[in-house]
Design a binder for this molecule. Structure first.
Ligand code: UFG
Length: 334
């Protein structure tokens, strides 16, 4: 199939492009490079050993530009990653988050409709389970959010369900990611945020590499076994493979369907830091600091549905994630 990957130069998008190419699909990337390096598409080609069909450096909310992509390529399906994703920032600039994340999705759906394209895989998040459900999360739980970023995911899921109800030929797969970390084992693709990282693993890797002095653990007084928060960390390569399974599912079904992509295991912040130090034989200096606003004590996936229906299961463990994140930060890129 010829797949349009929006945000295909980003962290999860780039790994998914590699898996698509290796599985024999054609890949067209649309990415405005707001949070991605211009060199990523060529790294994708190097890792996959195959060319990307086309790269459009466009904003997906630009309807004319997006129409041109669909005019120039017979797109069979879309995987939609493009979007703003920083929780804290979304609280500061909510309008930008709502405008960007909703506009890109609505524009895509309109342009897909005009071109008769009806397979859609959406990059959703475990954040849609909100603060009130009890882990492990299952797909039938009610959704809500605690910040504008999370609400954009909840809203887009609703838009997709409404659209599927109105368009019986349309298929939307809503992939609810837990905490993707790690990198491609080649060291060429990984999580490389601009500025100081918000997320735990890129922060740990930069401290280990001496680029930042020390890590602050946000709170050790939670009601968890070691007092630090529990998350369901998942290797980005496993996550990327989940998109392939989702695409196959979209090809054979219609309607909107949500799937958790996680391992089903909770790992604490301290466990992750110690796994990183042990796996890579390197010190990660850290201090315990106050809790971060908005953090939930612990959540992890029930991933049975993805396993049963998509035939997908995470195969890599926390040690693999730590090793590959470390390889990534040490690897010269070009
Ligand atoms: N943490 C630290 N120190 C840091 C960074 C993080 O102790 O410097 C802790 C956090 O407090 C949290 C854990 O590490 O307990 C994981 O934090 P991340 O920021 O890596 O991930 P979150 O679980 O907060 O958020 C992630 C995604 C969101 C998504 C959410 C729910 O970044 O986009 O999972 O799926 F919404």
């Amino acid at each position: 199939m010829k797949i349009l990957v929006t945000g295909g130069a980003g962290y999860i998008g780039s790994h998914t492009c590699v898996e698509l190419l290796q599985a024999g699909h054609e890949v067209v990337i649309a990415d405005n490079f707001y949070n991605a390096d211009r060199a990523v598409p060529s790294r994708i080609e190097k890792v996959a050993g195959k060319p990307v069909t086309a790269v459009y450096p466009i904003d997906v909310a630009d309807k004319a530009a997006l129409n041109q992509v669909f005019d120039e390529h017979q797109i069979d399906g879309v995987i939609h990653f493009a979007g703003l994703k920083a929780v804290g920032e979304s609280v500061q600039i909510p309008l930008r988050y709502y405008r960007n994340n909703l506009d890109t999705t609505l524009t895509l759906l309109e342009v897909m409709e005009a071109h008769g394209c009806n397979k859609f895989v959406f990059s959703s998040s475990a954040t849609v389970y909100g603060p009130n459900n009890k882990a492990p999360f299952t797909e039938d739980m009610p959704t809500s959010a605690t910040n504008p970023y999370g609400w954009t995911k909840v809203m887009i899921e609703q838009i997709l369900r409404d659209y599927c109800a109105a368009k019986p030929a349309f298929s939307a797969v809503l992939l609810r990611y837990f905490n993707p970390i790690g990198a491609h084992p080649s060291g060429l693709l990984g999580d490389d945020p601009n500025g100081i990282p918000n997320n735990l693993m890129p922060y740990v890797a930069r401290v280990a590499a001496g680029q930042l002095p020390k890590l602050t653990v946000f709170g050790d007084d939670y009601d968890t076994p070691d007092g630090t928060c529990l998350r369901d960390y998942l290797h980005v390569v496993d996550l990327a493979k989940g998109h392939l399974s989702a695409l196959e599912y979209a090809n054979e079904h219609t309607g909107a369907e949500a799937f958790n992509l996680g391992t089903g295991n909770g790992t604490s912040v301290l466990e992750l830091i110690h796994a990183f130090m042990k796996e890579n034989h390197i010190d990660v200096p850290y201090v315990i600091g106050p809790r971060r606003d908005g953090d939930l004590p612990g959540f992890w996936a029930n991933a049975d549905k993805a396993n049963r229906v998509l035939g997908w299961k995470a195969e890599l463990d926390v040690n693999d994630m730590c090793r590959d994140a470390w390889t990534f930060i040490q690897t010269p890129k070009d």
